[in-house]
Design a protein around this ligand. Structure first.
Ligand SMILES: Nc1ncnc2c1ncn2[C@@H]1O[C@H](COP(=O)(O)OP(=O)(O)OP(=O)(O)O)[C@@H](O)[C@H]1O
Length: 307
C-alpha cells in the first residue's frame, strides 16, 4: 500500500515503515525540505576534544542553512589523523540537517578508494561525478556531498567539481549555491599533532589553540601533498570556506568516547571499562605518548571485551 504526500518542496524522501499487525510494509513519501533542523548546539557535547571543529561547524553550518540566498555553496575541508572524528562530525551535520541523517537520499558519500579506484577509468568517473552532482542538486538544492579520503583522490577529479563550488548564479540552469561539500582527509595531521604537542609541552591548555594557528599550514599541506588538492587551484581561488583541524585525542577523550558509545548501545556507562579500553590503546609520539594512535576508532569492538 502506498501513500503520497505532495508538498510544495521538490525535496522528498522515500521512507519505509513497517505496519506490525497487517504484516505488510506501507510506504510514504515524506516532505523533506532539506532544512529539517539545524540545531547543532549539542555538537560540543558529542564531539570530544575538538573545540575548533565544533565551533566552526556550529557557526558556519547553522549560518549557511539559515541563509536563503547564499552567494556560494558551503565548502568545508576537515583534516586530522585517523579516528579523531572527521566522519563522525560529517555524520552529526547530516543528522542535524536531514531527517534520515546519513541514510538520507540527499547525502552523497564518495570514498576515493571505493568509488574512484581505477586510474584507467578517470574519464568515466569525471562524467559520472558531474552527472551525479547535477542530478542531485536539481532534485534538492540543499544536497550534501561528502568526499572521504580526499588525499587519495586524483586531483583531476577535484578539478571536475570546481565549477560547482564557485559562486556562479547557475550552471546550465542549475544553482549549486545551497549545496554543502565536505572534504575529509588525513593531510596536515602531522602539523596538527606537532602544534598540539607544543601547547602541551609549554603547559598550555589545548583549548587555547585557535583556527588561525593551523588553518594556513593545513591549506599548504593540502596543496603540497600529492593527491586531492595537489596542484589544484581550489585553494588559490578560495573555494574552500574553512580548513578545519581535528586535534589528536588524549586519554581523557577516549574515556569520553567509550562512555558515550556504551550509552549509545544501551549499556550502563562504566568508568572502569572506559579506563581499561583507553589504557590499552597505543599512544604516540615518543616520548610523551599522550595522543591515542587510533583516536577513538577501535573502541567500539573493544568495549565488549572489557565488560
Ligand atoms: N572527537 C570525537 N568525539 C566523539 N567520538 C569520536 C571522536 N572521534 C572519533 N569518535 C568515534 O570514533 C569513531 C571513528 O571516528 P571517525 O570515523 O569519525 O574518525 P575519522 O577521523 O574520520 O578517521 P579516518 O581518518 O580514519 O577516516 C566515530 O564513529 C565515533 O564513534
Amino acid at each position: 500500500r502506498r501513500s503520497l504526500t505532495v508538498t510544495s518542496s521538490n525535496c522528498v524522501e522515500f521512507v519505509q515503515t513497517t505496519t506490525f499487525f497487517i504484516n505488510i510494509n506501507s510506504f510514504k513519501f515524506l516532505n523533506e525540505p532539506c532544512h529539517i533542523r539545524t540545531n547543532l548546539d549539542d555538537l560540543e557535547n558529542k564531539l570530544f576534544g575538538q573545540h575548533i571543529a565544533a565551533d566552526v561547524i556550529l557557526k558556519t553550518v547553522a549560518g549557511f542553512m539559515s541563509n536563503n540566498n547564499p552567494q556560494k555553496p558551503l565548502v568545508l575541508s576537515l583534516h586530522g589523523r585517523t579516528g579523531t572524528g572527521k566522519n563522525f562530525a560529517a555524520r552529526l551535520m547530516a543528522e542535524n540537517i536531514y531527517s534520515q541523517g546519513m541514510a538520507s537520499k540527499f547525502v552523497h558519500v564518495f570514498a576515493a578508494q571505493h568509488h574512484f579506484s581505477h586510474q584507467s577509468k578517470i574519464e568515466t568517473y569525471k562524467a559520472q561525478l558531474r552527472q551525479q552532482i547535477k542530478y542531485n542538486v536539481s532534485n534538492c538544492e540543499r544536497s550534501m556531498f561528502i568526499f572521504d579520503q580526499m588525499d587519495q583522490m586524483d586531483p583531476s577529479l577535484i578539478d571536475t567539481i570546481k565549477p560547482y563550488l564557485d559562486n556562479y548564479n547557475n550552471l546550465d540552469g542549475v544553482s549549486y549555491r545551497k549545496a554543502i561539500f565536505i572534504f575529509l582527509s588525513n593531510t596536515g595531521g602531522t602539523n596538527i599533532t606537532q602544534t598540539t604537542l607544543d601547547f602541551w609541552n609549554n603547559g598550555r591548555d589545548r583549548k587555547e589553540i585557535k583556527l588561525q594557528d593551523l588553518e594556513l599550514s593545513l591549506s599548504l599541506s593540502a596543496i603540497n601533498k600529492k593527491g586531492g588538492f595537489w596542484h589544484s587551484d581550489l585553494i588559490d581561488k578560495h573555494l574552500v570556506d574553512f580548513f578545519i583541524p581535528f586535534l589528536p585525542l588524549e586519554y581523557s577523550h577516549v574515556v569520553q568516547c567509550v562512555l558515550a558509545e556504551m550509552k549509545a548501545r544501551g549499556l550502563q556507562p562504566d568508568v572502569n571499562v572506559a579506563d581499561k579500553v583507553a589504557k590499552e590503546l597505543v599512544y604516540s609520539p615518543k616520548p610523551e605518548r599522550i595522543f591515542s594512535s587510533p583516536g577513538c576508532k577501535t573502541i567500539v569492538n573493544r568495549i565488549y571485551f572489557y565488560i
